[in-house]
Design a binder for this molecule. Structure first.
Ligand SMILES: C[S@@+](CC[C@H](N)C(=O)[O-])C[C@H]1O[C@@H](n2cnc3c(N)ncnc32)[C@H](O)[C@@H]1O
Length: 206
């Protein structure tokens, strides 16, 4: 007898991104350029090796590409987000991957992780950051840029996991990995969503 097999996506976060990828590609494209200005400031070398970890549809990489950056790579665990990104930004389609096998450890001058930390459970934050920093070149000129929400009214009701990590928790975990904070700034939501506030931390091996 043949049994019916029902595939259940148990993780609400992966479910959210895989089922909303095309809509999010357009929505994220409307965000402001604040992060890009900071990236250009901390990493003016256009040949620098840059990884966007949790790149979504690759908006920031597309903007960096437009500014002349040539050595870019994006990873996102959602294959649907990567497919939507390749369709929206065909000029960077070869940079976008949903498999980590494409990404060499300890080889990037800048690792960006924007709007991803909120999806990491509190008990897994240190392990996540350890993995993230494993992609960073161990030189003094390498940087890690983390942008994550500090305030998000109604986050408990989101259909995806949202955890608000405090800057102190993030700072401590990074310190344990040998990274120092070089700057920290806060900003309003780049998509003007009411009440959301973001923190942006730049760290390095100094
Ligand atoms: C809010 S979107 C941000 C996308 C992009 N970085 C941006 O700023 O537009 C969050 C992204 O994080 C990805 N994500 C969720 N959990 C992740 C994890 N454990 N590791 C890496 N990326 C993750 C999702 O697939 C999604 O594309």
């Amino acid at each position: 007898m043949t049994k019916n097999v029902v595939v259940v996506e148990s993780d609400p976060t992966s479910h959210y991104y895989s089922h909303n990828a095309a809509r999010l590609a357009d929505e994220y494209d409307r965000s402001g350029d604040g992060l890009l200005l900071l990236i250009v400031k901390i990493c003016p070398d256009k040949s620098a090796r840059i990884l966007d970890y949790g790149c979504g549809t690759g908006r920031d990489l597309a903007r960096l590409n437009k500014k002349g950056y040539t050595n870019l790579m994006g990873y996102d665990p959602s294959s649907e987000m990567i497919v939507a990104g390749r369709a929206k930004y065909p000029q960077i389609e070869n940079y976008l991957h949903h498999e980590l096998a494409h990404i060499a450890a300890a080889s990037f001058d800048l690792v960006i992780c924007s709007a991803v930390l909120q999806h990491i459970e509190a008990g897994k934050l240190s392990a996540f950051l350890k993995n993230l920093t494993s992609y960073l070149h161990p030189g003094a000129s390498s940087h890690l840029l983390l942008s994550y929400p500090l305030q998000w009214p109604g986050y408990e009701k989101e259909p995806r996991r949202v955890v608000l990590h405090s800057p102190a928790e993030v700072r401590l975990a990074l310190h344990q990995l040998g990274l120092s904070e070089l700057s920290f700034s806060t900003s309003r939501d780049s998509l003007s969503r009411a009440g959301r506030e973001w923190g942006c931390m730049v760290c390095g091996y100094k």
